[in-house]
Design a protein around this ligand. Sequence first.
Ligand code: FES
Length: 108
Amino acid sequence: MPKPQKHVFVCTQNRGPGHPRGSCQQSGCAEVMEQFQWEFQQRELYGKYALTPSGCIGPCGGGPSVLVYPEGIMYGKVGKADVTAIIDEHLIGDVPVERLKVPADIWG
Ligand code: FES
C-alpha cells in the first residue's frame, strides 16, 4: 500500500448531553465527515490521501475538529462548507487554510 501524501483525521467523538467538555458530535461533525467521504469518493482521492474518523483529538469545545498530517495542522469549527477548501487548498495545494486553523494557544 502506498503511503498517503496527507492524512485527514475528523473527530467524531460523542459525549452525553451536559458533559463539561462537549464533543464534536454535538457541534456537527457527522456532516463534516460525510462531506469529506463524499468528496474523497467523487474526486477519487482515496489512495493519494487518507481519511479517518477519530476519537477526541483535543480542542473539544472548538469543534468540529479536523487534524491533517504530516503537518499537524488543527482546524476548528469546521463546517460542511469548509471541506472543499481544506481539500483544494491544503491537501492538493499544500497550503493550510489559515482562516480555519485553531489559535496557537490551543494548538501551537
Ligand atoms: S471531542 Fe472532538 S476534539 Fe475532543
